[in-house]
Design a protein around this ligand. Structure first.
Ligand SMILES: [Zn+2]
Ligand SMILES: [Zn+2]
Length: 147
C-alpha cells in the first residue's frame, strides 16, 4: 500500500493508506465517492465525504485510479491496475460489465493513426439491458398479456 503511494509521488498519510486499502479489498471495482465514503464508514473509519473527494482527486492525478463518467450517474473510480478495457452498462439495473476486444483496440488505433492522432486514452461505453433485466421485462409483458 505504502509502496504504491510512494511510487505515485504522493505523501503517505494514514487516510490515503486506508482509502487505498479499501479500494483493493472491495469486490465492486467501480465506485462513486459516496460508495467509498459509505463503505469506509461502515467499516468504522471516520473519514469525511470531502476528504474522500479530495483524496480520490489526488489519486486520479497520480494515476492510481481512473475516473469514469457513465450516463446519468456520478463519476466512478476504479483502480488503474488492469489492462485497458471497455464497459457495458445496463440501463435498468446499472450492472457494469467489463470487456476487452483486441480488434476494437486495433481499429481505434488505425482510426487515430489515419487522422494523425496519438491516443492518450479512450473510453467506449455501451448501454442496454442485461440478460437478467431482459428476462424480467419479457416475463412482465407476458404477464400483462394474460391479464
Ligand atoms: Zn440489468
Ligand atoms: Zn472498468
Amino acid at each position: 500500500m505504502q509502496a504504491v503511494l510512494k511510487d505515485s509521488g504522493l505523501k503517505i498519510t494514514t487516510q490515503r493508506c486506508k482509502l487505498l486499502e479499501f479500494l483493493t479489498q472491495v469486490d465492486e471495482q467501480h465506485l462513486t465517492v459516496e460508495n467509498i465514503y459509505q463503505g469506509l464508514n461502515a467499516q468504522g473509519e471516520t473519514i469525511g465525504l470531502n476528504t474522500v473527494y479530495r483524496i480520490m482527486a489526488h489519486f486520479e492525478q497520480a494515476g492510481i485510479v481512473v475516473r469514469r463518467l457513465f450516463e446519468s450517474e456520478n463519476a466512478v473510480y476504479e483502480l488503474n491496475n488492469k489492462p485497458r478495457h471497455d464497459h457495458l452498462i445496463c440501463l435498468t439495473c446499472g450492472k457494469l460489465t467489463e470487456f476487452t476486444d483486441p480488434l476494437i483496440e486495433l481499429r481505434l488505433g488505425l482510426a487515430a493513426e489515419h487522422h494523425g492522432m496519438i491516443i492518450h486514452h479512450h473510453s467506449l461505453n455501451m448501454y442496454g439491458h442485461c440478460f437478467d433485466c431482459q428476462q424480467a421485462l419479457n416475463s412482465q409483458s407476458a404477464r400483462q398479456k394474460v391479464d
